[in-house]
Write a protein that binds this ligand. Structure first.
Ligand SMILES: [Ca+2]
Length: 721
């Protein structure tokens, strides 16, 4: 503190901070949140959008519109709701025009050619019932024609003030909003649920924004953008825990804030945002648990971060199945922390004796029960599980016949109760035996926090399906709900495992970190301008992050080899061996695919080696990288660059960690302190340069051409400039 005056400008940031947030942190965070909120909420979408809905039933409904005098109707913009079918427009002289409503154009202004001269216009549905939000009519010059409805207001021309200058992403759905925002709307209105390929929570969160701001582009995009903002303070806190310095936390948060994918992905009303959000939380809370002072913290306090981690896991898998990939990594971190803790307790026992009779052996009961039940079902079950379970949709009965749920839950309860009894009985036992027993109790507690509670959250998230199915079944009960949920699991699994569709925007996993090709969300062109939204990484965030990650890993391995500890030597050897095998296998395989079993062996070796290290931060980052990224190597369906989104926060943390090591190990090299700021500055400059290609802001063709062909970052305009 006494040297503070002589230190450069940034010194207070570094000096006064620790694990926790201080006043300066709150100030920095406030600024980041305000700046980013302005970036994301401005031009997010309009709130001026037609929401009064007109129902046109086949044959029975006839709506008459009056233009005041005879007009030439050249074109119309149709803003339809969820419907498909033909809308017939009949002029005074009996001539007609037909507009075919298609779900692919819902909740946006879609142009149809009319070509009628008339004073009044009759609207009828000829093939199916139709639902329209609004229609706008234009004459030959493209001028909006004032129109009123004859008789009562059906809602078809009552919001003419919502008609925009021109249709765009700003005033209508784009890309997969057609699935996710649509289903959020269906959830609110208890309608048939169209989007079922992902669990429901993400769409339920989207629907909160619609409830607040109406079924408008701003309404359906609001929650995603909000979660994009909320990622920033969480990552800041995460970084603060790792680096214990505000400047590094600021760098980490800044890099996410100016990452192109974080920006585009959280502004479109799809569900990836929620999966990634909860994955960051999962790893944050697990890291909290890993870095606790277990020796001096009461056991029950260590259950708090574990419980929050389990909660995040439950919410994560209820949003998107990528939560399961992430959770596989969590399991490695948990077991590794647990094992090291046991080793510490045994090493620190001193003169205390181990007593077999003082151990709560029943704590292992849930594990034994699980193993027995799995073996039993493998031995006695059908040859093809998925077909069997699908054809016998009485999943509820299957569960109950095997008594799986009851037996497992009972074993957990027995383990916890016996734990309490042994704890009370051990009051006079040695500290060593007490600690040992407490640590063993992590097993049943994790069964509650990571299995039972997330399972309940996941089940409840399917509530929209239960409510909808109950509409047509008065006696719908718990049994039916379990069956409904199970059928959805099977459908989802089959969809993702059998999806053979190809897509021009799809890419291969190893192309992602080097940003070869974006996923294309939106494009439109004016007379001399183009508007484009593509999701991809910021070159200076992703490339640098991945390089930093590998530098960190290599250095960690080299350090481990130099270390006198034999385990570390073996562990690092295993990591290197598995990487070499992977590269050889990959180059030798004909179709560019590594056999699944070989891949599993390599990952197993790496994970085992990682579990053996005590360096918690590198371990956490490496496991997060493996768990969130490498499963995509094995996925055979077509995949997109945005599947890398969940890995991005961790390569940022890893890259910054590498810079942190360089800086703190060379305190005398003043200029090293500037590396991180230069890095962030480059990322911001790149973000600003490509901004038109990722935000939908109209720009000149010339500038779009510059972005596409002269800036690094891969394909953004997909052959359109
Ligand atoms: Ca309307």
């Amino acid at each position: 503190m006494k040297n503070r005056q002589q230190l450069p400008l940034l010194a207070p940031l570094e000096k006064e901070s620790g694990r926790k947030l201080n006043k300066l942190d709150y100030l920095v965070l406030l600024v980041l949140i305000v700046v980013y909120s302005a970036m994301t909420f401005v031009n997010l979408g309009t709130t001026n959008f037609p929401t009064s809905v007109c129902q046109i039933e086949t044959q029975t409904t006839e709506i008459t519109l009056d233009f005041g005098s005879q007009v030439n109707i050249a074109k119309a913009w149709f803003n339809i709701n969820i419907c498909e079918g033909d809308l017939t427009l009949t002029a005074d002289d009996g001539s007609t025009a037909v507009y075919t409503a298609d779900n692919g154009n819902m909740f946006r202004w879609h142009t149809g050619t009319i070509g009628l001269t008339t004073r009044t216009l009759k609207l009828t549905a000829s093939s199916a019932d139709l639902v329209l939000n609004e229609i706008a009519f234009f004459d030959n010059e493209g001028l909006l024609l004032p129109v009123t409805e004859v008789g009562s207001n059906s809602g078809v021309v009552d919001e003419q003030d919502t008609i925009p200058e021109s249709p765009s992403y700003f005033n209508g759905m784009y890309f997969d909003e057609l699935y996710h925002a649509r289903t959020a709307y269906e959830n609110i209105n208890n309608m048939y649920i169209f989007e079922w390929t992902h669990p429901p929570l993400g769409k339920l969160i989207i629907s909160i924004g619609i409830r607040i701001f109406g079924m408008t582009p701003f309404g359906w995009r609001f929650m995603g953008a909000l979660f994009g903002v909320l990622m920033l303070p969480i990552l800041y806190l995460f970084a603060k825990r790792i680096f214990k310095r505000s400047d590094f936390a600021l760098i980490v948060t800044g890099l996410l804030m100016f990452d192109c994918m974080h920006f585009t992905q959280t502004r479109i009303a799809t569900i990836d945002t929620y999966g990634v959000f909860f994955i960051i939380l999962m790893y944050f809370f697990m890291y909290e648990y890993m870095t606790m002072d277990h020796e001096n913290t009461p056991f029950w306090r260590t259950l708090v971060p574990l419980g929050l981690c389990g909660l995040s896991f439950g919410l994560g898998i209820s949003s998107k199945w990528i939560g399961f990939y992430a959770a596989a990594g969590l399991a490695v971190l948990l077991f590794s922390t647990w094992a090291w803790r046991l080793i510490d307790i045994i090493k620190g026992r001193g003169e205390d004796k181990f007593k077999w009779t003082r151990i709560n052996w029943l704590a292992y009961l849930p594990i034994i029960v699980t193993v027995v039940m799995v073996l039993r079902s493998l031995a006695s079950g059908p040859a093809n599980y998925s077909e069997y379970l699908y054809n016998h949709i009485t999943w509820y009965d299957k569960l109950m016949n095997w008594n799986t749920v009851y037996i497992f839950s009972a074993s957990v309860v027995i383990a916890v109760v016996s734990g309490v009894i042994v704890h009370l009985k051990n009051r006079n036992a040695s500290k060593y035996m007490q600690k040992l027993n407490q640590q063993i109790m992590v097993i049943p507690w994790c069964c509650i926090l990571f299995v039972l509670i997330p399972a309940v959250i996941y089940f409840i998230s399917f509530f929209p399906y239960f409510r909808y199915d109950a509409l047509s079944n008065a006696s719908y009960g718990f049994k039916d709900a379990v069956n409904t949920m199970w059928k959805k699991q099977y459908d989802m699994y089959r969809y993702h495992s059998e999806l053979k569709a190809t897509h021009s925007s799809s890419t291969i996993w190893y192309e992602w970190p080097v940003t070869t090709k974006s996923t294309w969300f939106y494009f439109s062109s004016g007379s001399n301008t183009v508007s484009n939204i593509a999701t991809t990484g910021n070159v200076f965030v992703w490339w640098a992050g991945i390089v930093g990650f590998f530098c960190l890993l290599v250095e960690s391995i080299v350090n481990d080899i130099k270390n006198s500890n034999l385990y570390l030597k073996i562990g690092s050897g295993m990591v290197m061996a598995s990487f070499v095998v992977f590269l050889i296998a990959y180059t030798q395989s004909a179709d560019g695919k590594v056999p699944g079993w070989l891949f599993a062996v390599m990952i197993g070796l790496t994970v085992l080696a990682l579990a053996m290290t005590r360096e918690v931060t590198i371990k956490m980052l490496a496991v997060a990288f493996i768990a969130n990224y490498l499963p995509w190597v094995l996925v055979s369906r077509c995949v997109f660059i945005y599947h890398f989104f969940a890995t991005v926060p961790f390569i940022i943390l890893a890259g910054v960690y590498w810079i942190y090591l360089i800086e703190t190990r060379n305190p005398k090299k003043e200029w090293y302190r500037w590396i991180k700021w230069i890095w962030l500055a480059l990322a911001i400059i790149f973000f600003l340069l490509v901004f038109p290609a990722i935000s939908g802001i109209p720009t000149s063709r010339g500038y779009a051409n510059f972005i596409e062909h002269y800036l690094p970052g891969g394909i953004l305009y997909h052959g359109n400039v």
